[in-house]
Design a protein around this ligand. Structure first.
Ligand code: IPM
Ligand code: MG
Length: 371
């Protein structure tokens, strides 16, 4: 592959966002230096930090820079400092506005049990059991974007949130999921609550209709409550899961816990605008600024960007192999610590991964790949 020149919009955001994004950009910079790529990393204000500095969580210059970038790398939004603001003015509103403005309707969350971290999975799985699934979460519609109202009637407060899906919105995200399943093991589970919700009845009907376009994929439907239980009891039964915005938000945190920590999971949001990569953890305000956050979700965002957005599969594999090797050597951030492991900080962990990337390249130059 010849060297690429790409502009990446970098939105560190709040809490641990800046620390984990620094880890991810150090990986991208190491990759660029070694493979001759050129990544222009443009850092932009976003989230609560942008509320404080520019008066809005998604300043228009940030949005415009995102629109013209090849990809976006985002840390996290939110924190107690902004928790008393109305919903529409909070840092999280900036995140939702960015997803909506770029019409990023499909959010892919790969959930993989890394061999070195098998011991911290709460499931205590024996060696033969794997967790290797992907949640495709609808991201630009549903209850997140329906009207949110808090009102009073005869002195009593009431609140309304609305789940609304059009056939077209369900169809476009479900097609992404069918395609992902077709390129994996060919199993797709559509998760809904079609025994109660009209939006889920439409969801199920649409997914069923599309199945005939993908003869290589077997589709099953599952109610969301059962899906939560099945994920915990037998996660290996799943390959690709497709579901609504809210159900996907909930199930992806639960699934992340199964592989050890929410800090381990990256995500890619795709649709009409440039793809957006963000770890699924939040801003974790209590950990911010202490150099203890786990950068693995963010590092995997970097490799996911290289593979999925730029077609750089070799570079992505090289990063992930280096990450696994650092874990195999027993280095862990505090949240992943097990007896006998060596605790390191967020920045130190990223330095180890970069060091391992360089060491494996040197080894490869001397002895060839795979030796
Ligand atoms: C996520 C997060 C966000 C969401 C929050 C921060 C608004 O939980 O990306 O999963 O609910 O989408
Ligand atoms: Mg979430």
């Amino acid at each position: 592959m010849s060297p690429l020149h790409k502009t990446i919009a970098v939105l560190p955001g709040d809490g641990i966002g800046p620390e984990v994004i620094r880890a991810a950009t150090s990986i991208l910079e190491t990759c660029a230096a070694e493979f001759g790529h050129h990544f222009d990393l443009i850092e932009l204000p976003f989230g609560g930090t942008a509320i404080d500095g520019c008066g809005a969580p998604l300043p228009s210059e940030t949005l415009e820079a995102c629109r013209s970038a090849a990809a976006i790398l985002l840390g996290a939004a939110g924190g107690p400092r902004w928790d008393d603001l109305p919903l529409s003015q909070r840092p999280e509103a900036g995140l939702l506005a960015l997803r909506k403005a770029l019409e990023l309707y499909a959010n892919l969350r790969p959930i993989d049990l890394r061999e070195a971290l098998r011991g911290i999975s709460p499931l205590r799985l024996e060696r033969t059991r794997k967790i290797h699934l992907e949640i495709v979460r609808e991201l630009a519609g549903g209850i997140y974007f329906g009207p949110h109202r808090l009102e009073a009637e005869n002195g009593a407060e009431f609140a309304v949130d609305t789940e609304r899906y059009t056939t077209g919105e369900i169809e476009r995200v479900t097609r992404v999921a069918f395609e992902r399943a077709a390129s994996r093991s060919g199993r797709l589970t559509s998760v809904d609550k079609a025994n109660v919700l009209a939006s889920s009845v439409l969801w199920r009907k649409t997914a069923t209709r599309l199945a005939s376009d993908y003869p290589g994929v077997s589709l099953q439907h599952m109610y969301v409550d059962n899906a939560a239980m099945q994920l915990t009891l037998a996660p290996e039964q799943f390959d690709v899961i497709v579901t609504s915005n809210l159900f996907g938000d909930i199930l992806s945190d639960a699934a992340a816990a199964l592989v050890g920590s929410i800090g381990l999971v990256p995500s890619m949001s795709c649709g009409f605008g440039p793809p957006l990569f963000e770890p699924i953890h939040g801003s974790a305000p209590s950990l911010a600024g202490k150099d203890v956050a786990c950068p693995i979700g963010a590092i995997l965002c970097a490799s996911m960007m290289l593979r999925e957005a730029f077609g750089l599969a070799i570079e992505a594999e090289w990063i992930e192999a280096a990450l696994d090797s650092v874990l195999d050597q027993g280095y862990r951030t505090a949240d992943l610590a097990e007896p006998g492991c060596q605790a390191v900080g967020c920045a130190g962990f990223a330095r180890l991964v970069c060091g391992e990337m360089l060491a494996s390249l040197e080894h490869q130059e001397r002895y060839g790949w795979g030796v």
